[in-house]
Design a protein. Structure first.
Length: 650
């Protein structure tokens, strides 16, 4: 079946190394270190992707010099103690025919905190302030430049000793090497300012000397940094042409964006609102100027998309990192032609980069086994098949049913409505969130593959459970919208988010959205209503809309809302409403905020758990697992994770 994707599953040779296919996992921070070195958890994580068919795994960015240490955990590649961990990763992945590269980086001014939580002393080519982290760096002295260059070489030598196949040097995302390349951040008058490529050239040459001629040396660079002071596409093309044509790199890995600003940083891990494979034209423009293989990454989540990028001649390998976070076996499934079995990444960014930014090991809301391979990497068959009833066909209930059935239990899932998916059916109706519906599609496929019996249009109660006499019941009955008691509400036109998304409400032309949760719902409602022609005042009980969700999702959305003319009112507690006014209270000053001339108040004030079945089952002597929003209203991530745990425990 690989003939349907002939380019994706063709081999590629670089400097005597053969990659079995054109799929690679880009370097990405996993937060799976122990004392700064790769842990057993990290080894298991990477091995799962190698076993699933990846052709190349690039291990996350490591620090080549102590001046690059920050509060974000990174491999300490300037210490010999990194070698055993790298060696274990290499041996584990090589056993599956997968190549392994190390990645070397220095953040430069792109760091706010030191490892102890104090403000860091950041070093950069010149003292040009960073907008995102509000850092004013020190100009890097010549002696430090030399130390860092030698540090890259020494770190690369350690990776060679560990048995890695290649080294990737990061000049992407506005980090230190990019800062030297950029005339807006490099104002030096010495040789490193007169020739802005000099620092990068020295690093690449030092790395090559350290690893010899049999290891691959490549460089990652943003094809466009997409930031107000970032490198632009035309500049990048000239830089890469100079470096590649001088023989300093064996390949170029093209991405987009910059860490230096909120807008550019969105492109480091682009959310679902960004077009698929949108970085491919950037890679293609560079490929037209150089004679080395081009790698590309950026919203390539399906094998068919990767095949098209290759067919269009825009790149030679495709980074599909989140695709393999969501489904480690994606390459094998694609090669076998089992496309419908692939659990496609929906770019929600919630448990992957969302976890990383908060300092937790990465995972996936659809596949919580990711990052937990040591605990859930292998499904353990049930010692005794049991009869299991799952009440509720939202994401949590579907995951619990699929896992339990895959282990050998007889599972029937009951859903009160006519459709599976729960609140995910509403989430996909928000602007730019249609791809979230893939969560439902993917979980339904898991139910089918596991052999779960699904019954819709039936609300489970104690009487039915007593008639069926199951051994175990999973209660996953979800939640309903919560509207707080409000002064004057009898006179006001008040609707909730669900009613708006279902088309059950006539909201009028002047709307106030009251957002308590600070998540996707309020942001999506505000965008939907302004695009429908409403004047929207967006009152948020928090510092900013989207306060609780990953910044790479939130920040793009906030930019969109500003362009659309949505009026944002932060620090706003919903107090009351009448026939034409919504009354808010400033959460800090306690003073009133009046939104006059309002036709409709739309509430996004969270949810109340549906506990009817749980209450009815009090005293029932069977095994009961309560998961998801009926346990406590949260998100799909917690529901699916609890479904995994319940299905594994029965």
């Amino acid at each position: 079946m690989a003939a349907t994707l002939p380019r994706l599953f063709s081999s590629l040779d670089i400097r005597g190394h053969r990659f079995k296919n054109r799929i690679f996992s880009t370097g990405h921070m996993t937060v799976m270190l122990e004392n700064g070195f790769p842990s057993d958890r990290m080894v298991a994580y990477h091995e799962a992707r190698a076993a699933g068919g990846a052709g190349l795994i690039i291990v996350e960015a490591a620090r080549a010099h102590p001046s690059g240490i920050s509060s974000r955990p990174a491999i300490l590649a300037f210490d010999d103690n990194c070698i055993p961990g790298y060696r274990r990763i290499a041996e584990a992945c090589h056993g599956h025919g997968c190549k392994v590269f190390g990645q070397l980086a220095h953040p430069g001014r792109e760091m706010s905190e030191a490892a102890d939580g104090t403000f860091a002393v950041a070093h950069a080519p010149s003292p040009v302030p960073n907008e995102r982290f509000h850092v004013m760096p020190r100009e890097m002295p010549i002696t430090m430049i030399g130390e860092i260059v030698e540090g890259f070489g020494a770190a690369a030598a350690r990776m060679r000793r560990a048995g890695l196949d290649g080294i990737e040097v990061i000049a992407a995302h506005g980090y230190l090497l990019s800062q030297f390349l950029n005339p807006r951040t490099n104002h030096r008058s010495d040789d490193y300012g007169k020739d802005r490529l000099l620092f990068v050239r020295e690093i690449l040459a030092t790395v090559r000397r350290a690893v010899g001629n049999d290891m691959i040396v490549g460089m990652r660079i943003s094809g466009d940094e997409m930031e107000h002071d970032g490198l632009e596409a035309g500049e990048i093309i000239e830089i890469t042409a100079n470096l590649a044509n001088d023989g300093l790199v064996d390949y170029l890995n093209v991405t987009a964006g910059s860490s230096s600003g909120l807008g550019g940083s969105v492109h480091i891990v682009p959310p679902m609102a960004v077009e698929h494979a949108y970085t491919a034209p950037l890679a293609g423009a560079i490929k037209a100027r150089v004679d080395v293989p081009i790698f590309v990454a950026g919203r390539i989540n399906q094998p068919q998309i990767a095949e098209q990028v290759l067919a269009d001649g825009q790149a030679d390998m495709c980074g599909m990192t989140r695709a393999m976070i969501s489904d480690p076996q994606m390459p094998q499934k694609a090669q076998a032609g089992h496309f419908d079995d692939i659990r496609a990444c929906i770019a929600c960014n919630q448990a992957c980069i969302g976890h990383m930014l908060r300092g937790f090991p990465i995972s996936c809301i659809q596949h919580p086994e990711t990052g937990r391979e040591l605990e859930f990497g292998t499904s353990i068959p049930a010692t005794r098949p049991r009869r299991v009833v799952v009440a509720g066909g939202g994401p949590g209930g579907m995951k619990a049913a699929a896992v339990a059935a895959a282990r050998g239990h007889q599972v029937t899932l009951y859903e009160a409505s006519t459709n599976l998916g729960g609140q995910a059916n509403l989430a996909q109706l928000l602007p730019g969130r249609a791809e979230f519906g893939g969560l439902i599609t993917n979980l339904i496929k898991e139910l089918e593959l596991a052999g779960v019996e699904v019954v819709t249009g039936t609300r489970m109660d104690r009487r039915l459970i007593e008639e069926m006499q199951p051994d175990a019941v999973v209660v996953a009955t979800g939640a309903a919208p919560y509207t707080p008691p409000l002064e004057g509400s009898d006179e006001a036109h008040i609707v909730n988010a669900w009613q708006v998304l279902r088309g059950e409400a006539n909201v009028g032309g002047n709307v106030v959205v009251a957002d308590w949760r600070g998540d996707w719902i309020g942001l999506g409602l505000a965008e939907k209503l302004v695009r429908d022609g409403c004047r929207v005042r967006f009152a948020v009980n928090g510092v900013t809309p989207g306060q609780t969700i990953p910044q790479y999702v939130r920040d793009k959305w906030l930019g969109d809302l500003h362009r659309l003319g949505v009026e944002v009112i932060p620090y706003a507690r919903l107090y009351g409403a009448d026939n034409d006014t919504v009354y808010l209270q400033h959460t800090l000053s306690g003073e009133a905020i009046l939104c006059e001339g309002a036709d409709t108040l739309v509430t996004a004030c969270g949810h109340s758990s549906e506990t009817t079945l749980e209450t009815e089952l009090a005293g029932w002597d069977g095994e009961i697992h309560i998961i998801g929003d009926c346990l406590a209203p949260r998100t799909a991530e917690e529901a699916v994770l609890e479904g995994l745990r319940a299905g594994s425990a029965i």
